[in-house]
Ligand binder design. Structure first.
Ligand SMILES: [Zn+2]
Length: 295
């Protein structure tokens, strides 16, 4: 099954749902970051969550950054996405191991932590940067995103995110749904949570072969005027480049660059994708000169 993004409305456009299937996306992220199971689940939920948020809140070419800063051993979960389905992310500590919960599930809430904040920052071309944060509810990420949308964006929302792993640690199914009441649909607000609960675990549905439009039909298909838009696809894609990494080194200033010239080499690694950029002494010397011209 390919990864998909799909959107639909029901009840004459008063209820909206967005669904993402991201088994390949999350498996790619797991391999790239070498995450242990509970960190794979946390990162995977956040990646899918960021794709859903970007679909709901921004338009191309803007970007959105979702940060979960809890007091758990993972430290922080950082993801960012654009409106076209491109997403990247990392957890501060990928090698976290925790006992399973009593129900046999990975304890994402404990890994992220229950004390802390969830924030969403947007860079918009029209209105400049905008950022807002609320307290974490459970650290389980889906509930936290729903709480953010309801409190901070004033859009009654329910979110379900899931990552199912094989015993080897690889990803068997990953996905999420976001359900929202739009203006005029207040009568449906109280039913959102129930609809998400009745759907069942998204990761298991995806592992059994459900596509994004199947999830939407299951969650909204009983309401009148069900209308689904064409599907697109989410991708794990980083925006870093040698030129951007170089620019951030130039911004360190001539004194720091002079020290790097002495060291003979500088190396910069991207947190999001793990790519490493290396600069030799001659290039560092050119950067030092450029940097001194900036002052
Ligand atoms: Zn990168």
């Amino acid at each position: 099954m390919k990864d998909e993004i799909s959107r639909a409305t029901s009840a004459a456009g008063r209820v909206r749902a967005i669904a993402v299937t991201g088994t390949h996306l999350v498996e790619n992220a797991r391999r790239r970051h070498g995450t242990y199971p509970v960190a794979t689940a946390a990162l995977g939920r956040a990646l899918v969550g960021a794709v859903l948020l970007a679909q709901a809140l921004i338009k191309a070419p803007d970007r959105l950054t979702l940060r979960l800063l809890g007091d758990g051993p993972i430290g922080a979960v950082i993801t960012d996405a654009d409106a076209l389905g491109n997403v990247r992310g990392y957890v501060l500590e990928p090698h976290v191991a925790l006992p399973l919960k009593a129900n046999g599930k990975l304890d994402v809430g404990r890994a992220v932590g229950r004390e802390g904040s969830i924030s969403v920052a947007r860079t918009t071309q029209d209105a400049g940067p905008y950022s807002s944060a609320v307290r974490l509810v459970s650290g389980e990420i889906g509930e936290d995103i729903a709480s953010y949308l309801t409190q901070s964006e004033q859009i009654p929302s329910a979110v379900s995110l899931g990552v199912l792993l094989r015993s080897t640690g690889s990803v068997e199914g990953a996905g999420g749904v976001l359900l929202q009441v739009l203006p005029g649909g207040e009568e449906y607000a109280l039913t959102l949570e129930g609809r998400v609960r009745e759907l069942g675990p998204v990761s298991e549905l995806v592992a059994r072969g459900a596509g994004a439009s199947d999830l939407l039909r299951a969650i909204l298909g009983d309401l009148p005027d069900f209308q689904a838009a064409p599907t697109s696809a989410p991708y794990l894609r980083c925006t870093c480049s040698r030129a951007r990494a170089r620019h951030s080194l130039v911004l360190l200033g001539p004194n720091t660059l002079a020290e790097l010239v002495q060291d003979g080499e500088a190396e910069l690694s991207c947190h999001f994708c793990g790519r490493t950029y290396r600069y030799g002494p001659e290039e560092l010397e050119r950067m030092r000169k450029e940097s001194s011209q900036l002052i």
